[in-house]
Structure formats: structure tokens, C-alpha cells
Design a protein around this ligand. Sequence first.
Ligand SMILES: [Zn+2]
Length: 142
Amino acid sequence: MVLTVAVLIAIGTIVFTLFVRRQDLPEPAPVSPTAHLEERKAQIYENLRDLQFEYRVGKLSDHDYQQTKLDLQRELAAVMAEIDRVKAEIAAGKIPAPAPELVKAPAARAPAKFICPSCKAEFAQPLKFCGECGKPMKVAQA
Ligand SMILES: [Zn+2]
């Protein structure tokens, strides 16, 4: 139960971060047929990283860790299958292929939640000191 709440909060934070980011962007990322799936995939990877981190620092029991990891991996498999399906449909001409310049962005822009105030380096995990410039990071963590 506690884990469920923690996971929901984590997901909520990520969604919120993405949502705020999107609004801040000068021009919105163009949409390709798989963009939302790639984004979901990136989110799941991020959740897996968070999960691993929380497990390493002892916030999660073995059981909770394995269970949540399994859930995330299952979801990841479903998302990947859906991406393959959409790509197959594009290849079969059922969906118009996106222009090349539309394809890139979303997957590459993985959500980094912790940004160094000094050099703006981005990290997926909270750090006391920036791994790039070594200055203390005051992390606004959820
Ligand atoms: Zn830095």
C-alpha cells in the first residue's frame, strides 16, 4: 500500500515535470505516431531507475522491489510491442510515415529531474554534489 502510494507519487511527479516542461518549451515537440509511446517508454525506464535507486538506499523491501520491477517490465514490454506494431503499420503504409525531422526528439529527451543550479547538468538521481562541476546541488525533490 505504502509502495503503491510511493509509485503513484513518483509517476505523478514525472507526469507533472513533463507537463510543466512541455509548457515551457518555446515550440512544442512535433508529434510522430510513436512519440507518445516513446515518451511512455522513457518514463518507464526512469521509473525503473528510480526504483533501483530506492532499493539500493534501502527504501524498498526485496519483495516490493521485485514486484514493482516486474510490473514495470511488463508495462515496458507492452509499450515496446505497441511501438513495433505502429512501426509495422507505418511500414505497411497504413499510417503515413512521419517526416524525418519529426522522428527524433522525444526518446532522446529523457526526463532528468535533478538539475545542477550552477552548470545546469542534468541527473536522473538526486546528488549532494554535481557530478559535472562538483558544486553542491540544492535539489528540489518531491
Ligand atoms: Zn554543476
